[in-house]
Structure formats: C-alpha cells, structure tokens
Write a protein of this length. Structure first.
Lengths: 123, 217
C-alpha cells in the first residue's frame, strides 16, 4: 500500500501529463467545432512541454542560471527544446485559425458536421 | 514518514491538480468565449508550473506567447467566426474509449520512468552536466538556457524561424489572398467589408507572435 502510494506520488506529474494529452485527443476527436479542435490540439502540445520539463527538474535544485552560491541546477537542455516548441506551437495555431476563418467565409460555419453536409463533393 | 513530500513537490502537485481541473472545464464548456478565457488561465497556470519546475525562460515564453498571443489570435478568430458552440450531435463513446485506451497504455509506460526530482536520473548523466560545467568555468554565459540555445543548438532556432516564417506567409495568404476577390462576388458584400480590417488585425497579431517569439528565443 505504502509502495503504491509512493509510486503514485513519484509519478504524479506524468499522470497529469497523460491526462492533459488524452483530454486534447478527446477534444480533437469528439468536438465538432473547429476552433475547439485547435484548442484541443494546443492542449496536447502543452502536455508535451510538461513531459519534457518534468524529468529536467531536480528537487532542491535551482533554475539553470549560474551563481556561485548554488551547485544543483535543473537540466537546461529540455528547456531549450521547449522554448522552440512553444513558438512553433503558436505559429501552427495561427495558421490553423487562419484556415478556420477561410472555412467560415467559404461555408458559413465552423461546425465540422455542417461543413460535411454542405460540401458538394461528399454527396 | 519517508514518503512525505517536501514543500516544492507539494506546490507542483497542487498546481498540476488545478491544471487538470481547468482542462476538465475546457472539455465541458460549450461557450467558445469561455473556452478561450479558460485556455488563457490554463496557459498562466502552466507558466506557474514551469517556474516551480525551475524552467524560468520557458515560463516567460509561455506567459507571453501561450497566454498572450494565443489568446489574442483566438479572440480575433472568434470575432470573425461567431462565438457559439453548437450543441453536441455526435456520440462521445468512441472518442472516450479511444482516449482512455491511449491513456492506459501511456500510464503503463510510466512505470519504468525514474522518480520525479531525483538527481541520479539518466537525463542528468549525459550532456546536462557538461553545460553546467561550462557555465561554471565561464566558457558560457551564466544563463545556461541562452548559452545552449545560441552556442550549441543554433540550428533549432533556424528551423524554428523557418516554421514561423512559413506560418506567417500562410496566414497572410489565407486572410488577404487573391481568392477573397472571387468569394466576395458570391458572398454577402457587407460581411466581407466588415471582415477586412479585422482579418488584417488577426494577421498582425500573428506577426506580433512571430516577432515576440523571435525575441524570447
């Protein structure tokens, strides 16, 4: 029992990360609104930040900025990778939203089901 | 008690639990304006967690880009498309089962991962200590994230710039492209005229995102 509890608290960050991931997946599949789909996609992306930053942390350490009073630092490499990922994430979100605006102009709706019924090629 | 978490771990767990609550609210909320505001709250909470995880540079970027620019472009899109989410028409059973199955597989995969926050995890044995040692020897600037980004992983930023540039061109073409002329004849003219300046502002927001990203990275 104690072992299971210890295991659970030691991996709690990963469990939340996985919860965010499958929430994003669920929104992308289950919701028909295209804007909400994109928010689900960015939820999934954000969970990846957590997946990378969690193992970089050392409890009792400090941020990776050198100071002679500290000896233990978090690993800087995942931070660098996630800096890139955040900016790429917002770029893809902007492109997706621009596509949604175009779809709204062409079809008059952002609901996926209505777009399918209005699409002449699907008939 | 050996498994009693220290204050740092406790704060991180608390913030993560709040984040999970916000995520549930995002799933359940049907008003799109509410969803956008909740995603802004989500990003700020994520930035707080990043500070607690000692990733201060990432936290700054997430707070400015994730919570700022993303929320602005989402609101601009809501203005252009209308803010109601329609009632659910499709079944949620298959997506729920699929998500839970994926989640179960991933949780099974975490059983082999090292514990949170321990110093002897494999990730801290490879290049990480080298970077820290370089900083200690004053071969790199004191901020290791800046140093690694500029000195060791410059090609990442080059690729990132290429992605942001491509996305910026895509947004500009989509919102002010040539086929707007052909669609304007077919669609209601008044709505297109109304959309024109706000479409510009949306693309301006996207461009702001690229420049903010460039400075923060």
């Amino acid at each position: 029992m104690m072992d299971a509890l210890q295991q659970f608290s030691a991996h709690y960050n990963y469990y939340i990360t996985i919860f965010l991931m499958i929430s994003g997946l669920f929104i992308v599949i289950a919701r028909g609104n295209l804007i909400k789909k994109l928010i689900g996609l960015s939820l999934f992306q954000t969970s990846v930040y957590l997946l990378y930053l969690t193992p970089a942390k050392i409890v009792g350490g400090t941020a990776p900025i050198y100071d002679k009073n500290f000896t233990v630092y978090a690993n800087p490499l995942p931070h660098v990778l996630m800096l890139t990922a955040i900016v790429v994430g917002v770029a893809t979100l902007a492109l997706g939203l621009a596509l949604v605006v175009r779809i709204k102009e062409a079809y008059g709706t952002v609901e996926e089901d209505e777009i399918f019924t209005k699409d002449p090629e699907s008939e | 008690m050996t498994e009693a978490p220290n204050a740092e771990t406790f704060v991180i767990s608390l913030l993560l639990t709040l984040l999970a609550g916000i995520t549930l609210a995002i799933i359940r909320q049907r008003n799109m304006f509410g969803v956008v505001i909740l995603s802004g709250i989500y990003s700020f909470l994520m930035a707080s967690i990043m500070i607690a995880l000692d990733a201060v540079d990432v936290a700054m970027t997430e707070a400015s880009v994730g919570a700022g620019i993303s929320t602005v472009i989402l609101l601009a899109t809501l203005y252009l498309t209308g803010s109601m989410e329609y009632p659910q028409r499709r079944s949620v059973i298959i997506p729920l089962c699929l998500s839970l199955a994926v989640g179960a597989i991933l949780i099974w995969g975490t059983s082999g991962l090292p514990k949170f926050g321990v110093a002897d995890a494999p990730i801290h044995k490879h290049v990480g200590p080298t970077y820290i040692q370089y900083s200690k020897d004053h071969k790199m600037p004191p901020n290791m994230v800046t140093a690694v980004l500029a000195d060791f992983r410059g090609y990442d930023t080059l690729g990132e710039t290429a992605v942001v540039f491509t996305a910026g061109i895509g947004v500009l073409l989509l919102l002010q492209g040539g086929w707007r002329v052909s669609s304007a004849g077919r669609k209601r003219d008044d709505e297109d005229d109304e959309n024109e300046p706000s479409a510009r502002s949306a693309s301006d927001a996207a461009n702001g995102g690229t420049s903010a990203g460039g400075t923060s990275a």
